[in-house]
Design a protein around this ligand. Structure first.
Ligand SMILES: C[S@@+](CC[C@H](N)C(=O)[O-])C[C@H]1O[C@@H](n2cnc3c(N)ncnc32)[C@H](O)[C@@H]1O
Length: 200
């Protein structure tokens, strides 16, 4: 793991932690309906304290929240269960973790931008490895976070719509994308929702 996320959790330096599900996730589910998740299982990599996991679970889909930081998993498990969602400690980029996993959908939120850019193709490959053919990859991508200043010393690391669609194009068909109307304060106009379908 190239970054010590556990250390940030232990120091209580978690500026990404907003205490609620991502507003663009709520917007996506209102727009596309709960069928979006095909009942699951849904994977939420880099789930942090699991607010998005519980929002998806509330629709009735089965969900697994994955995080490589033990404190994130402990924090997520401390919340009351919604409908039997599960949290797991593991590295999304680890082929051993991916082995035998099959999800109908994946929700991305601030995991892609947290991973060092040289590992972005590994992220796309991981998503392709764990999604069934026809499976949905939906995410809100934090394109131009202000935090890194010059855009090089994140996380979060910036990206572009062109880069994202290109990186996923090997295994995914692009379905739709838009700038969400809803955002955490400070992220307005900086994010993009992208939906892709696993080919094959
Ligand atoms: C910026 S935080 C976002 C957490 C959560 N998505 C949120 O918005 O509250 C990034 C999270 O991704 C986790 N993470 C980073 N790399 C990971 C990996 N390779 N596999 C699983 N989790 C990872 C970190 O531990 C951290 O909890």
């Amino acid at each position: 793991m190239p970054r010590d996320w556990e250390d940030w959790y232990r120091r209580g330096e978690t500026p990404w932690e907003k205490g609620q599900a991502a507003p663009p996730l709520v917007e996506l589910m209102e727009r596309n309906g709960a069928d979006l998740w095909q009942g699951g299982p849904v994977l939420v990599p880099g789930c942090g304290f699991g607010h998005d996991v519980r929002a998806i679970a509330a629709t009735g889909a089965s969900v697994i929240g994955l995080d490589s930081a033990p404190s994130a998993i402990q924090g997520a498990q401390a919340f009351p269960s919604e409908t039997g969602e599960v949290y797991e400690l593991g590295d999304f980029l680890d082929p051993e973790w991916q082995q035998g996993r099959r999800f109908r959908a994946l929700w991305e939120h601030t995991c892609f931008c947290a991973i060092d850019p040289p590992f972005r193709d590994a992220y796309a490959a991981a998503a392709a490895a764990v999604l069934v053919p026809g499976g949905l990859l939906a995410g809100v991508f934090y394109l131009n976070p202000p935090d890194p200043g010059d855009g090089t010393d994140g996380p979060p690391f910036p990206s572009s719509i062109d880069e994202i669609t290109q990186r996923f194009s090997t295994h995914f068909e692009f379905l739709e994308g838009w700038v969400p109307r809803s955002a955490y304060p400070g992220r307005e106009g900086r994010e993009w929702i992208g939906c892709f379908r696993r080919m094959g």
